[in-house]
Design a protein around this ligand. Structure first.
Ligand SMILES: *Cc1c(COP(=O)(O)O)cnc(C)c1O
Length: 457
């Protein structure tokens, strides 16, 4: 008898019996989950979630200020999503959009077109993640325009598949080379103005006039608010100036709304703050409310480039798109876009009020419920804290009962992207925990060894 057979017989003997006491979830995770897919910020292990709280192994409930990087736009186990997904799985209209239409996918595409500004005939493509939708945009824009060069921004995060990664400029991605011909421009950061908006535009024009002729450029990928680079809100007018150059040179403007979109910024689309009308729009994260779902909207001339050009078997499946419909319905029914605007403003205001007595806070910024808190050694010089310090604040917040992550090219920005359903009282508690965590880390309550495993980018 082989070793494999022995193991499977042992497994069979356990069927129907109480399981032997198991090691902790965290220890099992370390044994089986690949490190290449992990980005851990604390020892948190989850067994459940409800509302705006996550339930840790052992039963402790933690206030979630991350929405799991954004997808949990309605929190966890929202009845609208549970009901929609249950109904969609109870009678499944197939499991693929490729060979036949299904009601949920078509209805969601109709709604996305209706709520997204744009002119002319447009079409929708569905995928599973922000990464695949950006990959699809890259491939189809290149093929349909016959141009092969792209422009994107230093610090941008467009995904982790080969295409989306090849046009990203995040410091955590230097392990992978950018695609040939890519031009990476600085993104103007008002708090750290290495380059002003005018200087970036001048650099772009110089590129066009010299080594990157605009007629070779298929598209410009841009985040309307840089999330992973550190929650950077571009100076007013910058995005419009980029759009103007796209129009002038027939370059496709591809706006990545994956993280800041669908209400989080306090407008339905983050690009609306700057009055843009992008050629292509990429949705992900919040669109599925936690289920894998992304969408790409673009001009028909591009999106109908060729049949069977961007196939993913379960893209647009009736279950994920049911969740997408529930998300859009709930955003409207619960007034969550306005809520993100109002609560975001109040929350950022409360955090700003901490600046005078928390020397580590250099800046509080964002739009709506996408808020960044930049940590510094010195408010005057703006020198960034080391990443270990940021990690300690995250770790201490976990100990105190809140979940949040850090972002930023220097790893020194606390990122708040809570569910849009966050209550006033929860927001207040979140501020109190962050305040306490900063004080405690300043006092040296968290050791270097505690956070050593949690500085992954
Ligand atoms: C997260 C993110 C992506 C990638 O989405 P995945 O679902 O992780 O593939 C793309 N763009 C932006 C702006 C993001 O924040």
């Amino acid at each position: 008898m082989s070793a494999d057979q022995t193991t499977s017989q042992a497994a069979l003997r356990h069927q129907g019996c109480p399981r032997p006491p198991s090691p902790t979830l965290r220890a099992r995770d370390a044994r089986v989950i690949a490190n290449i897919g992990r980005l851990r910020f604390s020892p948190l292990s989850l067994v459940g979630g409800r509302g705006n709280h996550l339930i840790e192994e052992g039963g402790r409930e933690l206030l979630d200020l991350s929405a799991s990087f954004g997808p949990a736009i309605l929190g966890y186990s929202h009845p609208a999503i549970a009901t929609a997904v249950n109904a969609a799985t109870a009678s499944m209209a197939g499991a693929s959009l490729l060979a036949f239409p299904n009601e949920n996918a078509v209805a969601l595409a109709e709604q996305l077109l209706a709520i997204t500004p744009g002119s002319g005939e447009r079409r929708v493509w569905f995928g599973h993640s922000g990464s695949d939708a950006n990959d699809c945009a890259l491939r189809v824009v290149q093929a349909a325009t016959g141009r092969s060069r792209f422009i994107s921004f230093i610090g941008s995060y467009h995904g982790n598949l080969s295409g989306s990664m090849s046009i990203s400029g995040h410091t955590a991605m230097t392990h992978t080379l950018p695609r040939a011909g890519l031009v990476l421009l600085p993104y103007p950061d008002p708090y750290r103005p290495s380059f002003s908006a005018e200087e970036v535009l001048r650099l772009l024009d110089y590129q066009f006039a010299t080594s990157c002729p605009p007629q070779q450029v298929a598209g410009i990928f841009i985040e309307p608010l840089m999330s992973d680079a550190g929650v950077i809100v571009p100076p007013g007018g910058f995005l419009a100036a980029i759009q103007q150059r796209c129009r002038r040179h027939s370059i496709q403007l591809i706006v990545d709304e994956v993280k800041a979109g669908l209400g989080r910024s306090g407008r339905l689309h983050c690009f609306e703050h700057e009055g843009l009308e992008p050629d292509l729009v990429v949705f992900g994260k919040g669109l599925g409310g936690g289920l894998p779902l992304s969408a790409l909207i673009g001009p028909r001339a591009i999106m109908d480039h060729a049949a069977a050009f961007a196939l993913q078997t379960t893209g647009g499946n009736p279950v994920a798109t049911a969740a997408g419909l529930a998300v859009l319905r709930t955003l409207a029914a619960e007034g969550l876009v306005e809520r993100a605007a109002n609560l975001g403003q109040a929350l950022a205001g409360r955090l700003r009020a901490l600046i005078s007595r928390q020397p580590m806070i250099g800046d509080v910024r964002g739009r709506g419920l996408a808020i960044g808190i930049e940590l510094v050694r010195d408010q005057a010089t703006r020198e960034a804290v080391p990443v270990a310090t940021t990690a300690k604040v995250i770790y201490r917040a976990w100990q105190l009962g809140a979940v949040l992550f850090y972002v930023g090219l220097r790893g020194n920005v606390l990122e708040l992207t809570p569910p849009l359903t966050l209550s006033d009282a929860e927001a207040e508690r979140g501020v109190a925990i962050i305040d306490q965590a900063l004080t405690d880390v300043g006092r040296g309550l968290v050791a270097d060894a505690d956070v050593a495993p949690f500085m992954m980018w």
